[in-house]
Design a protein around this ligand. Structure first.
Ligand code: 5GP
Ligand code: ZN
Length: 112
């Protein structure tokens, strides 16, 4: 499958990995929007949150727990933001489900 994040997941395209386990990997975003900007992706190809089904309940929960653990590891004790852009209006540019973990600066609301 011609998917950038699938290729990163199998090591075909290099990335600065900070975490990996049987079901997901986390790596630095190539265009960081904050001092800490990590992407957490399932190894399995799921296009977006719009495509998730009941069978992915555990996997989605796992991704959130990994985000919280990485926030601790990155010492984001003042707070952080987890984002999942979905679809065209959601600003998703890579069609492989991913969480953004952003931190190290104050975030603004509402988002652009
Ligand atoms: P989206 O816009 O789909 O929510 O997020 C995609 C993210 O992937 C963007 O923040 C973008 O900077 C990042 N990205 C795009 N191509 C690459 C790449 O080749 N390597 C890495 N590490 N990140 C990428
Ligand atoms: Zn993929």
């Amino acid at each position: 499958m011609d998917c950038l994040f699938c290729k990163i997941a199998v090591g075909e395209i290099p990335a600065t990995k900070v975490y990996e386990d049987a079901s997901c990997i986390a790596f630095s975003d190539i265009h960081p929007q904050a001092p800490v900007h990590l992407l957490i992706i399932p190894r399995q190809h799921i296009a977006s949150l719009d495509e998730v089904r009941e069978t992915y309940r555990e996997l989605l929960g796992h991704l959130m727990l990994v985000a919280a653990e990485l926030a601790k590891q990155q010492k984001l004790s003042k707070g952080f933001r987890v984002v999942m852009n979905t679809g065209v209006d959601g600003g998703q540019t890579v069609n492989h489900l991913h969480l953004h973990l952003l931190g190290g600066r104050a975030m603004h609301w509402p988002p652009g």
